[in-house]
Design a protein around this ligand. Sequence first.
Ligand code: HEM
Length: 146
Amino acid sequence: MYNGLLHAHSGLRWIVLLLIIYAIVNAFLSQNKGAYTKKDKMINLLAMIFLHIQVLLGLSLYFISPKVTFAEGWMSESLTRFYGIEHIFGMLLAAVIITMGRSKAEKKLKGTRGKHRKILTSYLLGLFIILVTIPWPFRGFGAGWM
Ligand code: HEM
């Protein structure tokens, strides 16, 4: 169960990253298009849904991972501090920024350009936070590439 979740969480990162990047490039290229089409909506929605699935997998791992422990001294150990607070905080923040950005673009903003720009800025900020909060193998948190 733990291994299955860990592999799913690790591998899904690539799909999440690709979908967010695709949504960003699409928003950038569509800014002057004069329409916010069904296709744009689908791309932005799909990226957000996969991010939410990844957050749910991460939250499940949070309760079973041996790397999340609140034993004495966990805050002074970089590995337990990373998984116990930094990773979850960064990822939840990124998910909130992307979700609220998309919601504002879809429901509140009227102009096409404004919608694309909102997606562009919120997804870019979310992507940045995700990239710096992923436990890339070279960061020494015992995680792999897949
Ligand atoms: C609230 C959201 C999240 C929580 C609570 C969470 C939690 C965790 C936990 C507990 C681990 C350590 C698992 C272990 O090695 O025992 C982990 C690893 C990891 N997380 Fe997350 N995560 C979240 C969101 C994300 C997101 C959005 C991404 C990427 C898009 C991501 C990418 C990764 C990667 C790449 C690993 C390393 C997996 C490996 O060991 O190969 N996480 N996460």
